[in-house]
Design a protein around this ligand. Structure first.
Ligand code: 5GP
Length: 120
């Protein structure tokens, strides 16, 4: 599967669709999920064209991968969820339940999130 430049997050990155941005720099954008699953639900995405955590960690330079996760941690602290804790989720492919084919890390917090995996 190759990267689809018309996916929703690519459109958000190009400014063709709006987003409720909480952080942005030259490499990373973070914005609130349109359908939040927790009181705080933010998506952190790299600006580079990666389908999922799989090709991101395989193809992106190690410093880019490192900075991405450092920034994700900073964003969680900025959101104030670090104290009570939160969940960081990367869904990958069909078994992972990934819907948008641009790598994103969900940061969910603000309440007890229940056990980790529900198989519906
Ligand atoms: P996935 O299932 O791919 O891991 O998660 C995709 C997430 O993107 C879902 O939580 C969904 O609510 C969110 N989402 C889908 N479309 C949009 C959109 O247009 N704007 C925002 N902010 N979030 C979206």
């Amino acid at each position: 599967m190759s990267y689809d430049p018309n996916n929703i997050f690519a459109k958000i990155l190009r400014g063709e669709l709006p987003s409720d941005t909480v952080f942005e720099d030259d490499e990373v954008l973070a914005f609130r999920d349109i359908n939040p699953q927790a009181p705080i639900h933010v998506l952190v995405i790299p600006k580079g064209e990666y389908l999922s955590l799989d090709d991101f960690t395989r193809d992106a330079p190690a410093d880019v991968v490192g900075r991405f996760f450092q920034k994700a941690g900073e964003i969680a602290r900025q959101l104030g969820v670090d104290g009570d804790g939160y969940r960081a989720i990367a869904n990958i492919g069909s078994h992972g339940g990934q819907e948008v084919p641009h790598f994103h890390l969900h940061i969910c917090g603000g309440d007890w999130l229940g056990r980790m995996i529900a198989r519906e």
